[in-house]
Design a binder for this molecule. Structure first.
Ligand code: URA
Length: 270
């Protein structure tokens, strides 16, 4: 194969979502036998693969571990460090980075998305790809800016391989961290971006098209905090006609922020 063909093939694989090598030696899967086995009587073993996805058997009680580790954190800094050191999540073993959060928790307006994608995994921050660019525009339209007065995280903190949906077990390991994350960030208003966030934070099993735009409440410490399920920006990129619904929901969020004095004045720039 010529270099330019090899490069084109590689670019196509990256475009298709393959972003890591599974072994040290190339395997031609188009031939009947693996290359190594065909040329050597002692097949060269593939590099060790990530541990099996059965989190329960690989670390005893990953959900219990997550609960204990999350409860012990007394600040966002401690929680982030604890999650970076946590080794009982199967997803973490295949992710490049722990994608904890971005923005300014002191603004007390919190956005929760689904899971990191390829760009987020590479950079280690939520919503930095195309959906993130749209989210930034949505935030700006209601006076929010992650660098100044709002805070963004995800339900899942480690990228599921090939952007597949996380399994219920994988999500369950992340949930104690998310609940503690919300407590420590202490938001005065929460926006849930998409069905996955609505399901895991509020237990909504109805579709997001039914629940979006309806105010709900979530307990943070002793306070009941307003929660708005909303359409996910990645969905809006696929269905731009639904941006008008998202705009309506954002207007409701802006009005509620106004009535609650959010974002916190201490971090308002004007
Ligand atoms: N989609 C999400 O839900 N979260 C991200 O961080 C990026 C895309």
């Amino acid at each position: 194969m010529q270099d330019k063909d090899a490069l084109a093939t590689l670019a196509w694989l990256v475009e298709a979502g393959a972003d890591e090598a599974a072994g040290e030696n190339p395997v031609n899967r188009l031939t009947a036998k693996p290359v190594a086995a065909a040329v050597s009587p002692n097949p060269v073993p593939l590099a060790p693969r990530a541990a099996p996805m059965n989190v329960a058997s690989s670390s005893g009680d990953p959900i219990g571990n997550a609960m204990a580790v999350a409860a012990a954190a007394t600040s966002l800094v401690e929680l982030k460090a604890a999650m970076e050191a946590f080794d009982a999540s199967a997803l973490k073993r295949t992710a490049t980075n722990t994608v904890f959060a971005d923005g300014t928790a002191a603004g007390r307006v919190m956005f929760i998305g689904e899971a990191p994608g390829r760009d987020e995994d590479r950079i280690g921050k939520p919503f930095v790809g195309r959906a993130g660019q749209l989210l930034d525009k949505m935030l700006a339209s209601i006076g929010l800016d992650r660098g100044r007065n709002c805070y963004i995280t995800n339900v899942i903190n480690w990228r599921p391989p090939d952007n597949r949906d996380p399994s219920p077990e994988e999500a369950a390991v992340c949930l104690p961290f998310l609940r503690r994350h919300i407590e420590l960030a202490n938001p005065g208003l929460i926006v849930l971006l998409g069905a996955v966030a609505a399901r895991h934070v509020m237990g909504n099993t109805e579709g997001i098209m039914k629940t979006r735009g309806r105010w709900m409440e979530y307990r943070v410490g002793n306070a009941m905090v307003p929660v708005m399920p909303a359409l996910h920006p990645a969905y809006l990129l696929r269905q731009p006609a639904h941006k008008r619904l998202a705009w309506r929901d954002l207007q409701a969020v802006a009005a509620r922020m106004e009535s609650l004095g959010l974002p916190e004045p201490a971090v308002r720039s004007n």
